[in-house]
Design a protein around this ligand. Structure first.
Ligand code: AR6
Length: 169
């Protein structure tokens, strides 16, 4: 049984077995959660991302997929990097957003992680509307077959927190 919890705050301050990064395909850093994770986690994470790119991810990590690195100086054992879809009003990409949560949990299961902290993937730079993103995130995690005991959504502002909280009820 997986418990879903909500926290208002900065995901880089969380303590969890795995922290999920809302990355981009390059895996070489960016803004938002990605920038914050690399800043606080230190250079080890980027070094490992570079090694992954040089090894089997030469073309980058496809949208909806997930890979694992060390968590560097974060209070976690691993960072799971996943690439959310850019929101499109003309094309339904929700399957890709759901895939981010599913694939991240699958990666976490492979590691034996019991607690996993997620940001609201795609709701920043990638512009996915928060309410729809929360619906997809929560439905996907609820439906997932996973051994993870706690899935913690770490929401960066009160509005995002309230949107998730309203959906949890
Ligand atoms: N902790 C928790 N949530 C955060 C934090 C934080 N420290 N910082 C921002 N958020 P985004 P995306 C929230 O843009 O939309 C990067 O440049 C933020 O308010 O981080 O998937 C990558 O390299 C928003 O609700 O990720 C990619 O190029 C949510 O996290 C691109 O952005 C996600 O915002 C990915 O865009």
């Amino acid at each position: 049984m997986t418990t879903i919890t909500l926290v208002l705050g900065d995901i880089t301050r969380e303590s969890a077995d795995a922290i999920v990064n809302a990355a981009n395909s390059s895996l070489l850093g960016g803004g938002g959660v990605d920038g914050a994770i690399h800043r606080r986690g230190g250079p080890e994470i980027l070094e490992e991302c570079r090694r992954l790119r040089a090894a089997h991810l030469g073309g980058g990590l496809p949208t909806g997929q997930a890979v694992v690195t060390t968590a560097g100086r974060l209070d976690a054992r691993w960072v799971v990097h996943t690439v959310g879809p850019v929101f499109s009003a003309s094309e339904d990409r929700s399957g890709l957003l759901a895939s981010c949560y599913r694939e991240s949990l699958k990666a976490a299961d492979g590691l034996g992680a019991r607690t996993v902290a997620f940001p609201a993937i795609s709701t920043g730079v990638y512009r996915w509307p928060m309410d729809d993103a929360a619906r997809i995130a929560l439905e996907t995690v609820r439906a997932a077959r996973t051994s993870v005991e706690e899935v913690r959504f770490v929401l960066f502002d009160q509005r995002a927190y309230d949107v998730f909280a309203a959906r949890i009820g």
